[in-house]
Write a protein that binds this ligand. Structure first.
Ligand SMILES: C[S@@+](CC[C@H](N)C(=O)[O-])C[C@H]1O[C@@H](n2cnc3c(N)ncnc32)[C@H](O)[C@@H]1O
Length: 485
């Protein structure tokens, strides 16, 4: 192992290629995961992630010829993980994109036509009032800014009665932490013109075979944030230090459903195309496109390779896994009240037309009507540890990525002392990858995750302590937990 490989275990590189194509709340870098797969499992061993998320661990396992089981309650997570296990060839994806472009780009652009015959790229809105219309010049980079005309307003008005055809109804809860309310609908987050254009793209995507359809759908979910009315405008940003400029720049959408007063409406085709190009570039570098997948636990157990990806409650599924059959459990469970995954994924799941089981999510939510309290969360986390202890092999390794700013949320670990066959052997801190979504920027929020390493009590197998000692920050003490301030 090189010094860089060791350093990256706790201080990972920035996401690149496929890793940066789609956001997921709390996406974890894979450097520490691959370190443990390489050094603590053998070919054909089974690795389990009961809180799969974006699913990058599945590719890391299959690439190294380990079997893999991934479970998540979030349909988006399953769609993304399945996509990673059967990626289209770059050239096939590009032809599909060109086909869609030929059929609908002109139709979408027609909805952004201006009175001088140009196509608008951005509209700057302030609380329901259209302030400016931007266009890209034919040559050069700097934009052309136009005042709003009655032509622009009439165009917008022509969509005022539009109802989306392809996106299912969204479920929102009243949760001030993510700026949502149960009265909210998709029409509060997107202009009707944007929804009309998203429908045009969805009509075309449906015509493609499964693998390419998945890739195109994820391109759409990945670009949906920039298509929404949640893209803030950056003001007062000077080119050089201390220099204030009134020039407005395009920001981004941020975690949650914040609808900034001053915001952009961006040309839907441009958003889709720029994400598609990013995916195309990532696909060009992919060597293994398709991995074996199984449909049931018994099929995976009989085989020597492949993956099983399940959209369900992990505790229900783990109860069906035979005891002492899993060599490594490597997982990043929901961290108490930090990220309400299902609430945040509602736009993606509605575009994918997936139903969501909010009831079974293990989470603490500020949305009162969900009744997701801390006590329930701790109880569920204890069940998860209990099941893990039952299914881990005698020489198995159990990694839990965790982070919570209050002591109480760590309470599920009590089960280790009293009521399980597992033992804590050490932990190390792990920084987020530079461009991952910030999980918790509240005062007192912890800046790093901790990776807790557990094994079976009394297991006499050598634990390669010399390897663990090399990990930056490795300690055999339970991490010092930051308390809320
Ligand atoms: C911290 S995230 C995992 C992120 C993942 N490590 C990644 O790199 O993308 C936790 C995941 O747990 C899932 N989850 C919550 N309740 C669950 C349940 N009852 N069963 C399975 N998964 C659940 C959430 O949907 C979320 O994807």
């Amino acid at each position: 192992m090189t010094a860089k490989t060791i350093k990256n275990i706790s201080n990972p590189d920035t996401y690149k290629g496929m890793y940066s194509f789609h956001k997921y709340w709390g996406k974890k870098p894979t450097e520490s995961i691959t370190f443990f797969i390489q050094n603590y499992t053998n070919e054909s061993d089974i690795v389990l992630d009961p809180f799969l998320g974006s699913g990058f661990i599945s590719r890391e396992c299959l690439y190294r010829r380990r079997r893999f089981i991934g479970i998540d309650i979030n349909p988006f997570a399953i769609e993304h993980s399945n996509f990673l296990l059967e990626l289209p060839k770059a050239s096939v994806f590009q032809s599909a994109l060109q086909e869609i472009e030929t059929k609908i780009k002109y139709k979408i652009n027609k909805t952004y036509l201006t009175n001088n015959g140009e196509i608008a790229s951005h509209y700057l809105w302030s609380s329901g009032e259209l302030l400016k219309v931007w266009m890209k010049p034919k040559v050069g980079r700097s934009r052309i800014e136009m005042e709003t005309t009655s032509f622009d307003l009439e165009k917008i008005e022509s969509f005022s009665q539009y109802s989306t055809r392809n996106i299912r109804k969204l479920t929102f809860f009243t949760n001030s932490r993510i700026n949502s309310s149960n009265q909210m609908s998709i029409y509060d987050l997107f202009t009707r013109r944007a929804l009309h254009n998203i429908d045009l793209i969805l009509d075309e995507i449906k015509l493609f075979p499964d693998t390419i359809q998945k890739a195109l759908l994820l391109t759409l979910t990945s670009s949906s944030g920039q298509m929404s009315s949640m893209v803030f405008a950056i003001t007062n940003r000077g080119k050089t230090k201390n220099q204030i400029s009134n020039k407005i720049e395009v920001g981004s959408w941020v975690i949650g459903y914040w609808r900034p007063e001053l915001h952009f409406e961006i040309n839907v085709w441009n958003c889709f195309e720029s994400r598609a190009k990013k995916l195309y570039k990532a696909l060009v570098d992919i060597s293994e496109h398709k991995y074996l997948r199984h449909e049931s636990i018994s099929a995976l157990l009989k085989s020597r390779q492949g993956a099983l990806i399940i959209n369900d409650d992990c505790i229900d599924v783990m109860q069906k896994i035979p005891e002492k059959s899993i060599k490594m459990i490597c997982t990043d469970p929901p961290h108490s009240d930090r990220i309400p995954y299902l609430e945040l994924s509602e736009i993606w799941n509605s575009i994918l037309n997936k139903d969501v089981n909010f009831e079974k999510e293990i989470i603490i939510s500020n949305a009162k009507e969900r009744n997701k309290k801390k006590s329930k969360y701790i109880e569920k986390m204890k069940s998860f540890i209990g099941e893990s202890s039952r299914i881990l092999t005698d020489d198995g390794t159990f990694l839990i990525y965790f982070n919570a700013r209050d002591q109480e949320s760590w309470k599920f670990l009590e089960i280790l002392e009293n009521n399980s066959d597992l033992q804590f052997i050490g932990a190390f801190p792990m920084e987020y990858s530079a461009n991952s979504v910030v999980q918790d920027n509240r005062k007192g929020g912890m800046k790093t995750d901790y990776v807790l390493v557990l094994k079976r009590k009394g297991c006499s197998i050598s634990y390669k302590r010399e390897l663990l000692d090399k990990i930056p920050g490795w300690s055999t003490l339970v991490p010092q937990i930051a308390t809320a301030t």
